[in-house]
Design a protein around this ligand. Structure first.
Ligand code: GLU
Length: 480
């Protein structure tokens, strides 16, 4: 059997983290099995579907490194298939037209509520006579198509994540609506549970891997497969993603779309890595891997049943691992947009070696990409602004003299090396008979304007390459 799986997002919003995680699992499974991964856009809800959401879904999947082998296929281009299948069910007496009005359905539900019964359609139009149907039509009622559900059936399947799942036919809410009709079409608008079965069949899907919130739909869909005389695919229901409090992750938790994570400065590799861990554990307990590496080890029997708690600290840790091991030549290109946004004057072409050195210096302090703004803010520009503490320090006689000595030492010198600047520190320590710590603190205050920050020697060398070290030290003295 050649594995064929799909991700079937509805373009009614941007790519959601839950959908993206399901896509990751489908992709990993397909790649592990040497199968086919299909992207199907479920856009039958025309009122809520938008082309820009389709674009966002495609670009989000691509950003994460998830490539699809077939698609995107659009349900709105496949209506002929749904119409045909509906007609077959009608012809075979497995589906029928129901003419109940909205008010009648509401009254039915209110009465059920009053009797403390679960809301369900009571199948009242299942056996209309041709005369009754004609009368409803004459009233101008617009029917829906309902699929007959056998209340006495027990639906059982072996879920590849959850084991045996059993569902009672009587718990499916009565005969289900599979399509709405309209003036222009007497079959009309197919609904999700129906279109999904027609498509999964037509596309020879072997494994349906999707969120646990679809379990009740699966029971309904199995009945539809049977009605169509088709082989039922295997099902794997993945755990929901929960917020740290254990509730379903929702818009209220702030970020939910993949775009939001991108904007927050997470790397796609880190995001994809983290998502593969949302409900799956690798056999050897490893936590840092590329999608391709994960695919070699992926199996559905290692997907957990319990909900997967979204853990920001873990995502941050994974992101930092990827940032720290990325070569500076590559990382610098990701940082430039943030520096530009922060208003720092950047010229990547002309300034590349300097920017790469800066990147190499701050990389180990970055967790998310925008951290580069804070980490490098004291290194841009020829001027220095003394904080109150830096000012206090430099107002001490010793400190001021140290700065004067250093200015004299670098006067007329060109580009300094690390050995060189270390030598100057030593020289100043000796000359003023002070501790090295005071020299370092004074220099940090004079060069950076603050008493804490990135590595001082490296920062000095960076400023020196621009000729800003002397300018800053002199300026610092003039502010005292
Ligand atoms: N369009 C459905 C959704 O976005 C697809 C569910 C499925 O995979 O069957 O939830």
């Amino acid at each position: 059997m050649t594995v064929r799986v799909r991700i079937a997002p509805s373009p009614t919003g941007n790519l959601h983290i839950g959908t993206a995680r399901t896509a990751v699992f489908n992709w990993l499974f397909a790649r592990h099995e040497g199968g086919t991964f299909i992207l199907r856009i479920e856009d039958t809800d025309r009122a809520r579907s938008r082309p820009e959401y389709t674009e966002n879904i495609k670009s989000g999947l691509t950003w994460l490194g998830l490539d699809w082998d077939i698609g995107p296929l659009f349900q709105t281009e496949r209506f002929h298939l749904y119409e045909k299948a509906i007609q077959t069910l009608l012809d075979r007496g497995l589906a029928y037209r129901c003419y109940c009005s909205g008010t009648e359905l509401e009254e039915m539900r209110a009465a059920q509520k009053a009797r403390k019964e679960a809301p369900r359609y009571d199948n009242r139009h299942r056996n209309l006579t041709p005369e009754e149907e004609a009368a409803f039509k004459a009233e101008g009622r617009q029917p829906v198509i309902r699929f007959k559900i056998d209340e006495n059936r027990e639906i059982v399947w072996h879920d590849l994540v959850r084991g045996t799942v059993t569902w009672k036919g009587s718990d499916l809410g009565g005969d289900m609506v599979i399509a709405r009709t309209s003036e222009s079409s007497n079959i009309g608008q197919p609904l999700y549970n129906f279109a999904v079965v027609v498509d999964d069949l037509d596309m020879d899907i072997t494994h349906v891997i999707r969120g646990e919130d679809h379990i009740a739909n699966t029971a309904k869909q199995i009945l539809l497969y049977e009605a169509m005389g088709a082989k039922v695919p295997q099902f794997a229901h993945t755990p929901l993603i929960l917020n740290p409090q254990g509730q379903k992750l929702s818009k209220r938790n702030g970020v939910t779309s993949i775009d939001d994570f991108r904007k927050m400065g997470f790397l796609p590799e880190a995001m994809a890595n983290y998502m593969s861990l949302l409900g799956w554990t690798s056999p050897n307990g490893e936590e840092i891997f590329t999608l391709t590496e994960a695919a070699t080890q992926f199996s559905l029997d290692r997907v957990n049943k319990a909900g997967a708690k979204f853990d920001w600290a873990k995502l941050d840790w994974i992101n930092s691992q990827y940032i720290h091991k990325m070569p500076a030549e590559q990382l610098v290109e990701l940082l430039v947009p943030y520096w530009e946004e922060a208003g720092y004057e950047i010229d990547l072409k002309g300034d590349r070696p300097w920017l790469e050195s800066l990147t190499a210096m701050i990389a180990s302090s970055l967790t998310r990409l925008p951290d580069c703004i804070q980490e490098s803010r004291l290194l841009f520009g020829s001027s220095v602004k003394l904080s109150e503490k830096a000012m206090e320090l430099l107002q001490q006689e010793d400190a001021r003299q140290i700065i004067e000595t250093v200015i004299a030492a670098i006067e007329g010198e060109g580009k300094l090396t690390e050995t060189h600047v270390k030598g100057i520190v030593k020289q100043a320590t000796k000359a003023h008979k002070v501790k090295k710590g005071l020299v370092m603190r004074s220099l940090r205050a004079g060069l950076m304007g603050e008493l804490t920050g990135p590595d001082l020697i490296q920062s000095w060398l960076l400023l020196n390459q621009k000729g800003w070290d002397k300018m800053r030290l002199s300026q610092a003295l003039s502010q005292l």
